[in-house]
Write a protein that binds this ligand. Sequence first.
Ligand SMILES: Cc1ncc(COP(=O)(O)O)c(C=O)c1O
Length: 382
Amino acid sequence: MTSFTLTPEVLRHPDSYKWTLYPQEVLPLWVADMDFAPAPSIVAALKDRLEHGLGYHLLRGDPDLTRLLGARLEQQGVPPLPEGGMRFLPGVVPGLYAAVLGLTAPGDDVLSFTPIYPPFLSAIRDHGRTARTVPLLQGELGWDIDWAALEQAVTPATRLLMLCHPHNPTGRVWTREELAGLAAFALRHRLWVVSDELHADLSFQGPHTPFVTISPELEQRTLTVTGPCKAYNTAGLGIGAMYSHNLALLDRVTQASAGVMGHPSAMSVTMWRAALQDDGAWLAAVLDQLRQNRDRVTAWAATVPLLRYSPPEATYLAWLDLTRHPRAADMQAFLLSEAKVALNDGPPFGDGYQGFVRLNFATSPEILEEALTRIGRALAQE
Ligand SMILES: Cc1ncc(COP(=O)(O)O)c(C=O)c1O
C-alpha cells in the first residue's frame, strides 16, 4: 500500500459510482477514478473553505484561478491568453458539447479518431451532427493515425476535428510531429479543432505539448478544454475550463450554451486553485505508482495468449484487444461473471470495438495483482 491508496472498505462508500455499481465480490477497474486519496493540500483547502460559509462563489470568474491556470499553461509553452481567453465550466464534457453546438450546425460533419472516450461521440450525435470516425491503426508499437483515412473522411460538410490529447482509451501521447501533421490537416481543410487535454498532467513521456503550441495560425482555429479531475482525482467536484486565443471562437461557444452551463461550485474552484498551488510531491508519487502499475500490466499482458495491447504513454487506462479470444463476443460480461472484475466494454468507444475492454489500473498494487490473476485465469479456462 502506498500512503495515498485507499482501502476497499473506505472506497465502498454508498455514493461511489465506481465502487457500488457491481456486487461486492467484483473488483471495479472501470470508470476513470483513481483509488487514491486527494492531495493533502487540497483536503486542507476544502476544509478551510467550509469554515467560511457556502454562498455564491465569485460569479464573474475567479481571478486567482485564472492567473494560476494561465501561469501553468504558459509553463507548458502556451502563449499568453488574451483577456477573457479562459472561461470556466462545470466540467470538461459540457465544454465538448458546447464546442460542437457553437462551432457546427445541425447536419455538419465532425471528425474524431476511434476508439474514443464515448462522450466525444454523444457530443457530436446528440444534437444532430454526424460523426465521421477515423479508426486508429494498431501497429506493433502502438496506436497510430491513419493519415489516408483521415483525408478520406473529410467531406464538404466537415467543420470540426475533435482531438483527445493524451488519448483516452489508448493512452497515446501525440508527438510533436503528429500534432504538426494534424495542424497542417486542420489548416488545409479550414477546420476548427477542439483539443481535450484533460489527461495532460498524467503523461509518462515528460512535459505535455499543448496542441496550440504547434503554430500561431492554429491558435486562431483551436479551442482547448482541460480540468483537474483526472490528475488530481477530483471528478466528484466537477469543474473544467476552455481556452482559446480566438475570442470570437470562445464567444460563439459561450453563446451556444448561454444560460444552461451553470457556474463552477465554490468547492471545485477552491480545489483547483489548491491543486495548481500544490508543491507537486503528491502528483509525482501518483505518477510513479501509475508507471509501476502500467509496467505490471505490460508484463502480465505478455503472458496472456491472444491478447494484444500497447502500453499507454499517459493515463491509467489499458486498452486490451481480446478480439481473437473465443469469448470476444461478450468479453466484458464474461470477465464480469467469470473473473469478477468489472472493466469498460469496447463498443461505446466506437464501431468495431467488440472484444476490446478498458482496464483502469489506478488502484493499489494488491488489487491490481488480484484482478490480473483473475482475468488471466478466466481467459485461460475458455
Ligand atoms: C478525455 C476526457 N474528457 C473528459 C472527461 C470527463 O470530464 P468531466 O468529468 O470534467 O466532464 C474524461 C473522463 O474520463 C476524459 O477522459
